[in-house]
Structures are given as structure tokens and as C-alpha cells.
Design a protein around this ligand. Structure first.
Ligand code: FAD
Ligand code: NAD
Length: 367
């Protein structure tokens, strides 16, 4: 049930307008919200269909029309951050004068809760696939020119494939193509590529199909989802990252952001749980980073090590956490992020609670 919510649901309801020149159509969205940024604006424009979604906290505002005439695939998005004005500038294919912007589609001009807005998918091309470990690969997908989308820190996307005639959807967490070692500026992505680090399971339904994709093949990628807020990291002094296996993926952008943008940060420690030594993702890069940046430390803990493993062994436990997580000072402002298999995360959350950490000091990455 979709409807435009009035002022009662949010303080302000966005609105839109449009105007044209001989070559351009400009759609303007007045979000009436300060602090607009590129991550909050998702635009797709393909086959005359324009879909512009604006994320406003828990709400989503949508402009969705079947355009009057054809436009070029590429378009520009301008955001006036302070006043919250978003412009989508489309290039006309011919110079005709448009009488209307287009035919409104189902969700047009609605402001509804994000959860109620169905996921929107666009086709992305597999550009490259590289080995990370014996069973894990780094996939690079290219967004179409007709899409403006940036995945915020800590959020995931859904991939969709038809497998044996059935639509299958699984979540994956975009990361950076490598761990930047020079943390002067946050590593900026070009906006055109999405990198995913994915473990291929020998009997995994989705990952087996993914592994069989050829370079140039298409896959459907959704809008981002997730509830991590950058504000959780601001003013932080100690950051502890508890990752198990591919639960490492959300930690990559987070590390990059924390080490470049959080001035008061004193320590960042990644406690990385894996089964065996050769399961450790980006071990070399992590060790390099620890050498380069004295704020950063990494500790590997193996649950199924070979005999010669000299470092820590075992699974997550209260004793292990209290031993491995040392604050830089008493009562420091701390955040602990946790991600991995569901039982790992659940147990971890319980241990952290037992150790006296408050809810505001903990963030679990889950679907
Ligand atoms: P399934 O067909 O579901 O499982 C088949 C078999 O694979 C299982 O019986 C088991 O033998 C094996 N298997 C599957 N999952 C596990 C497991 N966790 N531990 C041990 N054995 C297992 N995965 C990534 O690789 N990278 C990511 O960035 C990533 N991000 C995620 C983000 C979120 C929010 C969530 C909830 C999950 C994420 N996952 C990620 C996991 C991903 O969504 C799939 O669950 C995973 O790829 C397995 O899918 P599958 O269909 O191949 O396996
Ligand atoms: P894995 O099976 O290789 O296990 C890695 C480590 O996790 C183990 O060494 C162990 O220390 C710990 N572990 C595993 N099972 C446990 C259990 N039952 N109890 C306590 N500890 C346990 O891990 P994997 O195959 O790489 O799986 C990674 C998991 O992370 C997947 O389940 C995936 O769905 C999840 N994941 C979630 C998100 C998210 O929610 N945002 C993102 C990425 C990955």
C-alpha cells in the first residue's frame, strides 16, 4: 500500500519539478534536508524509464516516470548539499520540446518507509575475477552508465541470478579493490565499479553459479541496504573489529574511513577468526598496514590450525575477547564491530554484553 505521507510522517515532504532547454531535461528534487550527499541519491535511467530514489533517514522518496522522449544513457547528478537540492540532468536524444516529463509510474512522487520500497535491481557486467585464497575470489562488476549509485560503509547489496529456472537472491558486502596503505585521503572509488569478495562453497547454490559467470556476463545488483551509521565512528578513540571468515568484508571500508577521517582515533585492532592459515583473507596487506600505521594492529586466531601455528588458536570466547581487546585508556570512547557466521556473531554479542560493553558500543553486521 503506497501513499504520499504528509508532514506527520516526516517534518518535511520532498517535492520535484522539471525544466528543459533544447538539449537537456533537468529534474530537480527539493529534499528539504541538509547534509544531502551522493550516497543518498540513486538514479537509474534506461529505456526511457527514469527512477530517482532519495534516501531520507528511514524514508525513501521516489521520482519514477516513463519519460516523454528518449534520452542518452549517461546523465549528470548535481547535489547542493547544504540546501538539499538534487538535480538530475538528462541529455535529450533529439531536440524536441517535451510537453510533460513523462507518464508517472507506480512509485512516482511517493515518500514511504525504506523497508516498504521494494529492492530495485540493475544489470551489471562482470569485469574481472581474481584469486584471493584457495576458495575466495574478488569480483569486479561494472555499473551501467545509466546508473548513479554508491554503496555506503557497512551496507550490502543483493545479487540476483536465475538458477535452474528459479530466481535466487543473496546479500554481499562491497569493499575496496585492495587495502589502501597510505591513509592520507580516504580511498575514493570511481563510482562505476563494485568490488565483492566472495567465498565459493563447493555445495553452495549461489556461489557455484557465480563462479561459473564469464567475464562480460551480466548479473542483477540491488540498491544498498544496511543500518551502519558513519556517526558511530566519529569521535572514536578505540575501534575493535571482530571478523570471522568473509565477515571481514564490511571491515575494509570501515578501516579506510576510520584511519583517514577519525582524528581522535588511537587504536584500531582487527581480531580475525579463520579456520586455517590459508583461509586468511588479505593477510599480507593487513600485515603491511600494521607495519605502516602504528594505530593499526591485526591478530589472527585459527580454529583448525596446523601444529606449527605459533599464534592464537580457538574460537570466540569471553576469555579471549577480554585478553585481546585492550582499551588505549580507561573509559575511552570505543566501538566494537562484529561480523561472521550467525552463531559467531550471536555468541560474540553475548560475550561482549557479559564483559560490560553497552549497546551503543557494539555494532553487529547482519542482513
Ligand atoms: P548455500 O547454498 O546457502 O549453502 C550451501 C552449502 O555451502 C552449505 O550447506 C554449507 O556447506 C556451505 N556454506 C554456506 N554458507 C556457509 C557458511 N557461512 N559457513 C560454512 N559453510 C557454509 N559472503 C561472501 O562470500 N562475501 C560477502 O561479502 C558476504 N556478505 C554478506 C552480507 C550479508 C548481510 C549476509 C547476510 C551474508 C553475506 N555473505 C557474504 C554470505 C552470502 O550471502 C551467502 O550466504 C553465501 O555466499 C553462501 O551462499 P550459497 O548459496 O553459495 O550457499
Ligand atoms: P568459516 O566457516 O570459514 O569460519 C570462520 C571462523 O568463524 C571459524 O574459524 C570460527 O572461528 C568462526 N566460526 C564458524 N562457525 C562458528 C560457530 N558455529 N560458532 C562460533 N564460531 C564459529 O566462515 P565463512 O565460511 O567465511 O563464513 C563467513 C560468514 O560470514 C557467512 O556465514 C556469511 O554469511 C557471514 N557474513 C555476513 C555478513 C553480514 O552479515 N554483513 C557479511 C559477510 C559475511
Amino acid at each position: 500500500e503506497r501513499k504520499v505521507l504528509g508532514a506527520s510522517a516526516r517534518d518535511t515532504t520532498p517535492s520535484y519539478d522539471w525544466f528543459q532547454t533544447d538539449d537537456m531535461i533537468t529534474v530537480v528534487i527539493y529534499t528539504k534536508q541538509k547534509g544531502m550527499n551522493a550516497e543518498l541519491v540513486i538514479v537509474d535511467c534506461q529505456d526511457k524509464r527514469l527512477r530517482g530514489e532519495i534516501i531520507l533517514d528511514d524514508y525513501s522518496y521516489l521520482v519514477e516516470v516513463d519519460l516523454d522522449y528518449e534520452v542518452e544513457d549517461d546523465f549528470a547528478v548535481n547535489i547542493a548539499e547544504k540546501i538539499g537540492k538534487v538535480e538530475i540532468i538528462l541529455k535529450k536524444k533529439d531536440h524536441s520540446q517535451w510537453k510533460v516529463l513523462g507518464l508517472p509510474l507506480e512509485g512516482h512522487n511517493t515518500l514511504i518507509r525504506r523497508k516498504e520500497r521494494g529492492l530495485f535491481y540493475r544489470k551489471c557486467k562482470l569485469v574481472s575475477k581474481t584469486e584471493v585464497t584457495h576458495d575466495t575470489r574478488l569480483f569486479c562488476f561494472m555499473l551501467p552508465k545509466s546508473t548513479h549509485l554508491q554503496v555506503p560503509i557497512g551496507q550490502h547489496v543483493y545479487l540476483k541470478q536465475i538458477i535452474a529456472g528459479t530466481e535466487v537472491v543473496k546479500p554481499y558486502t562491497p569493499l575496496l579493490p585492495f587495502l589502501p596503505l597510505d591513509f592520507k585521503e580516504p580511498f575514493c572509488q570511481d563510482g562505476a565499479h563494485i568490488y565483492l569478495m566472495i567465498k565459493i562453497y563447493s555445495c553452495g547454490l549461489f556461489t557455484q553459479a557465480l563462479d561459473h559467470l564469464q567475464i562480460g556476463d551480466d548479473i542483477s545488483v540491488s540498491n544498498p541496504e544496511g543500518n551502519f551509521e558513519k556517526s558511530q565512528v566519529e569521535a572514536l578513540e578505540d575501534l575493535f573489529l571482530l571478523a570471522a571468515g568473509t565477515g571481514f568484508t564490511p571491515m575494509v571500508k570501515l578501516l579506510n574511513f576510520a584511519l583517514t577521517k577519525v582524528d581522535c582515533l588511537r587504536t584500531v585492532k582487527l581480531i580475525f577468526f579463520n579456520k586455517k592459515e590459508d583461509d586468511i583473507l588479505w593477510r599480507n596487506q593487513l600485515e603491511q598496514l600494521a607495519l605502516r600505521d602504528e594505530r593499526f594492529e591485526v591478530q589472527f586466531i585459527l580454529s583448525e590450525p596446523k601444529e606449527d601455528w605459533m599464534d592464537k588458536r580457538g574460537k570466540i570466547s569471553s576469555a579471549l575477547l577480554s585478553e585481546c581487546m585492550k582499551r588505549s585508556k580507561k573509559d575511552s570512547k570505543v566501538l566494537i564491530c562484529i561480523c561472521g557466521p550467525a552463531p559467531f556473531t550471536e555468541q560474540g554479542l553475548q560475550y561482549l554484553k557479559d564483559l560490560g560493553y553497552s549497546q551503543e558500543e557494539i555494532h553487529a553486521f547482519t542482513a
